[in-house]
Design a binder for this molecule. Sequence first.
Ligand SMILES: Cc1ncc(COP(=O)(O)O)c(C=O)c1O
Length: 471
Amino acid sequence: MSERRSRSEGTGRSRSESGSGSSTARRPGTYGDYGGQYVPEALMPAITELDDAYERYVRSNAGGFMDEFASRIADFGGRPTPLQYAEELSDRYDFDVYLKREDLLHGGAHKLNNALGQCLLAKYMGKERIVAETGAGQHGTATAMAAAHLGLDCEIYMGTRDIRRQRPNVFRMRLNGAEVNPVTAGRGTLKEAISETMRDWATTVEDTHYVIGSVVGPHPFPAMVRDFQRVIADEIREQSEEKFDSLPSSVVACAGGGSNTMGAFAAFAGDAENGDAATDTADTADGADTSAVGLFAVEAGGSSLSVDEDRGVAPNSASLSTGSEGVLHGARTKLLQDGHGQIMESHSISSGLDYAGVGPELAHLVDTGRVQAVSVDDDRALEAFHRLSQNEGIIPALETAHAIAWLDDADPEAVGDRVVVNVSGRGDKDLESALEETAKRDLDIAPDMDVFDAEAMTNGSSDIDVEDESR
Ligand SMILES: Cc1ncc(COP(=O)(O)O)c(C=O)c1O
């Protein structure tokens, strides 16, 4: 593994080269001490080609790329998604709650913003084949949809454990024509799936683009994924002005790798990078003080925040709250690792949050204090899953349920009077897991499941009136 020196500036020194993280030189793709390009030499040509395409098409809109993206994400994706006032939640707390409904985006999660952007970029780059990893299956689903929409071949790598947890999404990917390659290594979750996809990409770069699913990986991935997801924050901003004539007081989002978080924060976080900055000149153009908007990243607290170093197990996925600095999947960031730098097994009730790392920009924003990292455990996330379903008529993804649950902890003084929660996805993919996990617990809020008296239903001896049913 080697970290490439800054190409465009020529003056930036990697942290490993300088021996210090305090350099103030502009270094594209670095965020304080985090980020960079820690990749094998074999991948460097692909990374360089991608970096050039990112600069050209995404940042400079060459050939009207971003206009085409905006038009496709509207017509194919269904943007803009609503910003909805949540009556029951607002009654429950001493602040108003608004839900940014990314669950209503085509495919059922925010993931399509990035998947469609990257598949379109692949087309502009002349690539014909897409590879992608997936954890919860939402990114794989979004990528399979985008690839089918744009006529690209698509292969998805997915851990065997996640395949078991997310069967409906695996079927959706296959329906959209994608191959799904099971990854048996390690625990069979997202970390292993990313490693396997990178291996594929290293040998197929000529005709293949790797659509990474979050703001992780070597530069330009974290910046590029953030830029495609930024549409969420831009809409929150515009819709807040329309609805209540000011910015929200806070934005809350769940954090796995960090793409829905960075997407929802991007228009408020400002120029937080040391180098390849999200130059938010627009943030100040209208005089609005975006620095006053509270930003809260809700991590998966799993079953406990403590770690078992000896067994190499972290029963959580809270790398922002409990992790330490290291290198994973091509970037320096915050990780769940033991004293020897071995990545620990992570855990979360939601497969989309079950990852031992986090995006480098988000890690930096937490270090600088601009974003506050908080966490919610499995039990409370499941409770919030039921609460939002019953009280607001929205079945959220288990990932999203973490953000909803955290509202119970929110200090009204700290979050202010108008809180936007990013509903990153809908819960259809989680129904099997939610049923299973609910059955293991004694949750007051869970619905009575007697209706699933399987024996009675198969014997036809249930109370259900068959004639009535046929009407
Ligand atoms: C609905 C949903 N929300 C959140 C996440 C977490 O990913 P990220 O932190 O990149 O938004 C996932 C990941 O699969 C997801 O499916």
